[in-house]
Design a protein. Structure first.
Lengths: 127, 545
C-alpha cells in the first residue's frame, strides 16, 4: 500500500514542487490544500497517513490547523514546512504534536528523508 | 517538451507577480491605515512565500530582500514597533526593488544584489536610522556598467511562421503527388529519391509545426490574476487550481481560444460559483474551487474548466427554451439532459437571472462554440445540479495537418476530419429501421439517426424524402459523426482509408456552400472535398422529414 499524503501550502509553486517530489518517490498525494479550512476539510475527508503543513497560512496560522487536525486524526503524521525565520512557530508545532519539520528551500533528498522517517516512526511518538 | 525547471520557473513567475501586485495594494492600505492587521498579515505571508519560493529557485537576491522585509513586518505584526517613520520609505522601496527583480527574472536576465537597500533594511531591523538616497542615481550607475549580451532566443513574428507553414502545406501536397507518380513509373532510383524526399518533407513539416507550439501555461498563467479580479468584483471567494501548463499546442489555436477561455472562466465565477454564504448554507466549503486543466488525448488537447458551483439547472434551461420560443413544451420535455446542455450554445441563450458587469450574460457561449468550431474542435459540457459544471474544449494540437477519414461517394473521394468521427460501422440493411421517416441504426445500444450522404448533399433546400429501406441493399458503410453531443450516421459508397491531410480553403463559388470545410489534393492528383460535420449536422436537422 502506498502511503497517502496531503499537502498544505498557500503557494501553488510550493505545492507543485512537493507534489512532484512525493509522487516521483511513489507516494500517493491525495489532496492539496491552500488554506486552513481546506486543510481541515481535506484531512477529514481523505484521512491521509501524513500531512505536510506550511506554518503560515492565509486564513489561520498553521499551528491552529495542526491542533485541530491532531484532535480529529490522532494517528496522522504531520511534517511542518517553513522557511527560516519562523523557528518559534516551528518549535511550538513540534511541542503540539508535529513529527518533524522541513526548512524551505528544501532538497528532494531532504524531503524524502524526513517524510520517510516520519512515516516509520511508531504511532505513539507524538503527544 | 518543457522541462520541469521551466514549469517551476513559470509557476514561480506567475505567483511572484501576483504577490508583488497584492503587496503593492496592501502597502497603499497601510499608508492610510498603518495598523490594518489584515494588510500586515498578508504582506508578511506573501513575503514569507516569496522568500521561500525564490530561494528554492536559486534567486537568492530576491530571497535576501524578502527575508529582511519579512523580519520587519514580523516585528510590526507582533506590535513590537509601528509601521511609521523613516522605515516606511525603505519598505516601499523594498517592494519596488522586489518587483524589479521579479521582472528581471521574467526577462531572463541576471539578478544583481541591491546593497544600499539591504543595508537600509538591516539598519531598520537593528532599530537604526536608514540612509535615504536618491534611487535614480543607483539606477543610472547600474545601467552604465551593464554588459552587452545577446539572448539565445529569437523572437519571430507569427506571420512569418504562418507563411512557412503554408509553404510546407504546399510541399506536402506535391510530395504526395510525386510519390504516386514515382510508384506509377516504378524506377528504383526514382523511388529511393522520392522516399528520401518524403522523409525530409515530413521532418520539415514537424519542425515547422513544432516551432509554432507553445505551452498552454503561457495562457493559463494569466488566469490567477483574472480570477482574482473577477472574484473580487463578483464578491466571491474562489481558489484557482491550474494543471497541465506544459501541454503543447499551436500558438494560433491558443490565440483563438483566449477569449473563449476568458469567457468560460468569468462565466464560471459569475454564474457557476455561489457566494460564500450560499455555499455555507448548502453545506459546501465557503471557498469555491475553479480548475483549469490541460491534457493530451491522442492528437488532441483537452482543456477543462471545472467549478464546484451550483451546476446547471436542467429544468430551468427547458423552461427558458419554451419561453423563448426555441422549442415547444413537449419537445423540451423530451430532450435528454445532454441535449438540454447543447441548448446553452444556441445564440443568445442565457440562464443567469442577474447580469453582472464582469461576467456579462450567458450570451457569448454561442460565440465560444463558434470559435471552437472554426478550429475543427469540440465544446462539451457536463454538469451536476448543486455540485458543479465542467466545460471541455477538445482542440487539435496543430492547424496544419488533420487526421481524416477518406471515403468514396458517387465516384469522388471525400474526407471527414477524425475529430468529428465517432466510429465507422458496416451494417446489413436489415439492421436499420425506419422510425418517423428517418433511418435509425442501433450501435452499441444507442439509436443513431442515419442518412444517405448522397441524399443529404442533393437539393438541399427541400426536406428529405421519408427514408426507404428497400433502396438499401446489402452491407452499408456508415460513418458515425459526432458534433455537440449529437451523433449522425452517414451512409457512403465505400470507405477508402485514414490519412493526414492538409486542408486548403475552398475558393469561390464553392465557398458559398458551408458544407465543405476545405479541399485537399490527394497523391493521385484528385481533388478531395473535406466535409464540415457541424454544417452537415445542422443541415440534417433542418431537413429531417
Amino acid at each position: 500500500m502506498k502511503n497517502r499524503i496531503l499537502i498544505v501550502d498557500d503557494s501553488f509553486y510550493m505545492r507543485t514542487m512537493l507534489k512532484n517530489m512525493l509522487t516521483d518517490a511513489g507516494y500517493d498525494v491525495v489532496g492539496e490544500a491552500a488554506n486552513g479550512q481546506q486543510a481541515r476539510d481535506l484531512a477529514t475527508e481523505t484521512k491521509p497517513d501524513l500531512i505536510t503543513l506550511d506554518v503560515i497560512l492565509p486564513d489561520n496560522t498553521g499551528l491552529e490547523v495542526l491542533k485541530d487536525i491532531r484532535q480529529e486524526l490522532p494517528d496522522v503524521k504531520i511534517v511542518m514546512c517553513s522557511a527560516v525565520g519562523q523557528e518559534v512557530i516551528v518549535n511550538e508545532a513540534l511541542e503540539s504534536g508535529a513529527s518533524a519539520y522541513i526548512v524551505k528551500p528544501f532538497s528532494e533528498d531532504k524531503v524524502l528523508e524526513i517524510v520517510g522517517g516520519a512515516l516509520q516512526e511508531s504511532g505513539d511518538a507524538s503527544a | 517538451m518543457k522541462s520541469r525547471e521551466q514549469e517551476y520557473r513559470e509557476l514561480f513567475m506567475a505567483e511572484a507577480l501576483e504577490a508583488y501586485d497584492a503587496m503593492s495594494q496592501h502597502m497603499s492600505v497601510l499608508e492610510k491605515r498603518p495598523g490594518d492587521e489584515a494588510a500586515l498579515n498578508e504582506v508578511f505571508r506573501l513575503l514569507h512565500n516569496l522568500k521561500a519560493n525564490a530561494r528554492a529557485m536559486g534567486y537568492n537576491e530576491i530571497g535576501e530582500v524578502a527575508h529582511r522585509m519579512e523580519t520587519i513586518f514580523g516585528q510590526i505584526r507582533s506590535k513590537e514597533r509601528p509601521f511609521a517613520g523613516s522605515m516606511v520609505p525603505v519598505l516601499f522601496s523594498g517592494i519596488d526593488v522586489l518587483g524589479g527583480m521579479i521582472r528581471t527574472v521574467g526577462a531572463n536576465q541576471a539578478l544583481t544584489e541591491n546593497l544600499p537597500l539591504i543595508e537600509n533594511l538591516d539598519r531598520v531591523i537593528a532599530g537604526e536610522e536608514p540612509v535615504l538616497e536618491e534611487d535614480s542615481e543607483v539606477g543610472s550607475e547600474e545601467d552604465a556598467t551593464r554588459k552587452l549580451e545577446l539572448s539565445d532566443l529569437v523572437y519571430i513574428p507569427i506571420k512569418k511562421l504562418d507563411h512557412l507553414l503554408n509553404l510546407v502545406g504546399e510541399l506536402i501536397i506535391d510530395r504526395d503527388r510525386v510519390l504516386t507518380l514515382a510508384q506509377e513509373v516504378g524506377d528504383p532510383t526514382l523511388l529511393s529519391v522520392t522516399a528520401h524526399l518524403s522523409r525530409l518533407a515530413d521532418d520539415l513539416q514537424y519542425s515547422v509545426m513544432d516551432a509554432r507550439l507553445v505551452g498552454v501555461g503561457t495562457l493559463f498563467n494569466k488566469f490567477p490574476r483574472v480570477v482574482r479580479d473577477v472574484a473580487s468584483a463578483e464578491q466571491k471567494q474562489v481558489e484557482l487550481t491550474i494543471s497541465g501548463q506544459d501541454i503543447q499546442i499551436d500558438r494560433n489555436i491558443l490565440q483563438i481560444i483566449t477569449d473563449s477561455l476568458l469567457h468560460l472562466v468569468r462565466n464560471a465565477i459569475g454564474h457557476g460559483l455561489e457566494t460564500s454564504e450560499e455555499r455555507t448554507k448548502a453545506g459546501k466549503p465557503a471557498i469555491g474551487q475553479l480548475t483549469l486543466s490541460a491534457q493530451t488525448d491522442r492528437d488532441n488537447v483537452l482543456i477543462r474548466i471545472t467549478d464546484d458551483g451550483r451546476g446547471i439547472d436542467v429544468e430551468r434551461v427547458r423552461r427558458k427554451a419554451v419561453e423563448r420560443g426555441v422549442l415547444s413544451r413537449d419537445a423540451a420535455s423530451r430532450l435528454s439532459e445532454a441535449e438540454v446542455y447543447t441548448l446553452l450554445f444556441e445564440a443568445g441563450f442565457s440562464t443567469a437571472e442577474q447580469v453582472t458587469e464582469i461576467s456579462g450574460r450567458g450570451v457569448g457561449l454561442d460565440v465560444v462554440k463558434l470559435a471552437i468550431d472554426s478550429l475543427g474542435g469540440q465544446l462539451g459540457v457536463e454538469s451536476k445540479l448543486g455540485a458543479g459544471t465542467t466545460f471541455t474544449l477538445v482542440l487539435p494540437t496543430s492547424i496544419a495537418v488533420k487526421g481524416a477519414l477518406l471515403f468514396e461517394l458517387e465516384g469522388h473521394p471525400y474526407a471527414l476530419p477524425l475529430m468529428h468521427t465517432d466510429s465507422v460501422v458496416s451494417l446489413q440493411s436489415d439492421r436499420l429501421h425506419v422510425v418517423g421517416g428517418t433511418l435509425l441504426a442501433k450501435v452499441l445500444s444507442e439509436n443513431i439517426p442515419v442518412v444517405r450522404l448522397a441524399d443529404l448533399l442533393s437539393d438541399h433546400d427541400d426536406a428529405l424524402l421519408p427514408a426507404d429501406r428497400s433502396k438499401l441493399v446489402g452491407a452499408q458503410d456508415i460513418i458515425i459523426t459526432s458534433y455537440n453531443g449529437r451523433k449522425l450516421g452517414l451512409i457512403v459508397d465505400r470507405f477508402l482509408r485514414q490519412q493526414d491531410i492538409v486542408i486548403k480553403p475552398v475558393s469561390q463559388p464553392l465557398d458559398m456552400i458551408d458544407l465543405f470545410g476545405g479541399v485537399t489534393l490527394l497523391g493521385s492528383g484528385q481533388v478531395c472535398l473535406v466535409l464540415d460535420v457541424p454544417a452537415l449536422t445542422r443541415l440534417f436537422l433542418a431537413r429531417r422529414p
